[in-house]
Design a protein around this ligand. Structure first.
Ligand code: NAP
Length: 272
């Protein structure tokens, strides 16, 4: 039966969809702008789009861009016969915390089969549209309020590989998975690796939380989101992400991708 991938055009969802297809699973990609016959139009702000998206689906990969709107979606999914939900949350969000943490708790309490993915910060933040990447392109600097704090950055492909196991294993995981890369790095360490491999200097510029908020609002982020992200940087500075887990190796049978490998691949793709 079909697996519905919400956020199916995004960083993790696109990789989840591709990996499921490679394994021969029927996949339906949810997007506000469908382009192919396998896509379904889905918009969190339009509950009428929920029914057609979940019809005939057995499992859902759930990227909740609007966690507070997810409750009616869950009702609709259960009523349509969806048995399993795999929620993308975050290492920074424990069960029960506002937003994704509340959704985590709700899914664990109401779905017969579930998993919650709690990845560390993505390696992909260093490329593409993310403000970190924009800073590298514009000024050759990585600007954060993390100080010397370290993060075990994780590749979106490794998150997707864990998601595929959680979506397709016969036995439901019914737990949360803290997902990290192979070793914690400070943003200065990450900048040094980018410098070494691209041959062009990139520096980490540590700033205060207030400066980061100003910078992020300048990129168009709301002041609320900017404040949340600056607070998360403060947590990193205090050591919250200075840890690794064996989740990727245990569930996929191969070690998580290194930051060096990610940078080399990004250079080959002309993304760095
Ligand atoms: N970046 C990190 O370091 C990090 C770390 C830990 C956890 N996370 C979590 O990862 C999640 C984001 O996942 P991601 O990076 O895979 O996604 P993403 O690349 O940010 O893509 C967002 C997806 O959401 C869809 N979307 C946006 N607004 C929508 C709406 N109103 N209705 C329906 N779909 C909508 C977009 O689809 P269309 O535009 O095609 O409609 C797109 O596919 C967030 O919850 C974040 O907390 C991120």
């Amino acid at each position: 039966m079909t697996i519905l991938v919400l956020g199916g055009t995004g960083t993790t969802g696109s990789r989840v969809g591709a990996a499921l297809r490679e394994l021969g699973h029927p996949v339906r990609i949810a997007t506000r702008r469908p382009v192919s016959g396998d896509d379904v139009r889905f918009d969190w702000t339009e509950p009428d789009t929920f029914g057609p998206a979940v019809a005939g689906a057995r499992a859902v990969y759930l990227v909740a861009s609007e966690p507070v709107l997810a409750e009616p979606f869950l009702d609709r999914a259960r009523a349509a016969g969806v048995r399993r939900i795999v929620l993308l949350s975050s290492s920074a969000v424990a069960e029960g915390m506002f937003g994704l943490g509340e959704l985590h708790r709700r899914i664990a309490a109401t779905m017969p089969e579930w998993a919650v993915l709690r990845p560390a910060w993505f390696m992909q933040n260093f490329v593409g549209e993310h403000p970190l990447a924009a800073g590298i392109r514009a000024d050759r600097e990585v600007v954060t309020a993390t100080g010397d704090g370290r993060v075990a950055f994780v590749d979106a492909g490794d998150i997707a590989a864990v998601a595929v196991r959680a979506l397709t294993d016969d036995r439901p995981h019914n737990t949360d998975h803290l997902i990290t890369g192979p070793r914690p790095l400070s943003y200065a360490d990450a900048a040094a690796i980018i410098t070494e491999l691209t041959g062009r200097p990139v520096l980490h510029r540590p700033v205060s939380a207030a400066e980061l908020i100003t910078r992020l609002t300048g990129y168009g982020y709301s002041s609320e989101l900017s404040s949340v992200l600056a607070a998360l940087d403060g947590d990193v500075r205090a050591g919250s992400e200075d840890r690794t887990t064996d989740t990727v190796a245990r569930l996929t049978g191969r070690p998580p991708r290194t930051f060096r490998d990610f940078v080399l691949d990004s250079i080959n793709r002309k993304e760095l």
